[in-house]
Design a protein around this ligand. Structure first.
Ligand SMILES: Nc1nc2c(ncn2[C@@H]2O[C@H](COP(=O)(O)OP(=O)(O)O)[C@@H](O)[C@H]2O)c(=O)[nH]1
Ligand SMILES: [Mg+2]
Length: 323
């Protein structure tokens, strides 16, 4: 990761706004979208793409009046919108934000600078400067737990994986396997950046409250559940030891617990009681658990060999280019 950044650092120090498309997904953001677009244009970003999810409040009209290119997404959800929009972008760099005015256009340059240094993906850390009322207490705690879980399972601390302020190269975006239709998209981006070793930078940004009268489309419980499921499911390729090991450990423990009960009833209790069926269940749970654990260790080993191979291949490719 780091060497890629160093290699290009000398070539450029900032990204030209002409090479950037500002991407704003919207769903009923009439109240704010005009000012958001105007803000980015003031910062020198002329190329603004609004991908709309069928707003009924005039969002699209206001967006085009403010000089944005407006597309209507063919499916539904923020994730599907982002995927479809990036396909329609032709410039090299994408700056993604919300249409609700919670991210500041003034932070755009800071978001893009790491791309000029050779990073491929940038995450804006909302916790660096979170204004009063920008996030409910429940969401703040949920975000913390999700970020800790992510760092534990996937081995990289990106501080704020659910942030909607992102900058990335179109090329690196194409390397990510993204399938989420809804708010799981940010989680998938973070997981896939680890998996495909997309060099990722985290920069501090300001997070503002939504203006009065506009509503978030996020459902904390439903979307939180989707995110946790995503973190676990994709552990298979980033951390197989955790993926198989967690279930293996639980199964082994349950097996031992049942076995202790069976043993107690047979050896200690008077008169002794025999539990044949439970004994079989206990043995099966322990065997299953230990097998899963071994599977996890093997998969983990295969993964590290695979990563080593990829590193060597990339190094060879790099050497080939410089000749
Ligand atoms: N195109 C599109 N945009 C959406 C959809 N759902 C949400 N958005 C937009 O995605 C951005 C983030 O959503 P928001 O409700 O602010 O979520 P939060 O920032 O996590 O509270 C906003 O600009 C929304 O208007 C959707 O289904 N389609
Ligand atoms: Mg928002």
């Amino acid at each position: 990761m780091e060497h890629a950044a160093a290699a290009t650092a000398a070539e450029a120090t900032s990204v030209s706004p002409d090479d950037v498309c500002v991407l704003l997904p919207t769903y009923n953001e009439a109240e704010t979208i005009g000012e958001v677009i105007a803000g980015y244009r003031r910062e020198g970003f002329e190329n603004v793409l609004v991908i709309d999810g069928g707003s009924e409040d005039g969002t699209r009209k206001i967006a085009s009046e403010h000089g944005a290119r407006v597309l209507i997404q063919s499916g539904s959800g923020k994730g599907q919108a982002i995927r479809e929009a990036v396909d329609a972008i032709e410039v090299d760099y994408v700056l993604m934000a919300d249409g609700d005015g919670t991210y500041r256009p003034e932070d755009a340059v800071q978001m893009l600078d790491p791309l000029a240094e050779g990073y491929e993906h940038v995450i804006g850390d909302r916790f660096a400067d979170m204004q009063e009322g920008a996030m409910t207490g429940l969401n703040r705690i949920g975000n913390r737990i999700i970020n800790r879980t992510f760092a534990f399972i996937h081995g990289q601390d990106y501080q704020d994986i659910l942030s909607g302020y992102r900058a990335f190269t179109r090329e690196s975006f194409d390397r990510l396997t993204l399938t989420a239709d809804g708010f799981g998209i940010e989680t998938q981006m973070a997981i896939e950046c680890v998996k495909h070793e997309v060099s990722t930078a985290v920069v501090p940004i300001t997070y503002r409250p939504r203006p009065d009268g506009s509503n978030t489309n996020l459902h904390p419980l439903r979307d939180g559940g989707i995110i946790f499921l995503e973190l676990y499911r994709r552990a298979k390729t980033n951390n197989p030891l955790f993926y198989f090991g967690s279930v293996g450990t639980v199964s082994t423990f349950v097996g031992f617990a049942v076995a202790s009960y069976v043993g107690y009833e047979w050896f200690i209790r008077v008169p002794r009681v025999s539990h044949e069926v439970l004994a079989i269940v206990a043995a099966a749970a322990v065997l299953f658990g230990v097998q899963l654990l071994m599977f996890g260790v093997l998969a983990d080993m295969i993964l590290s060999f695979h990563r080593e191979q990829i590193d060597r291949l990339e190094k060879l490719e790099g050497d080939g280019r410089s000749d």
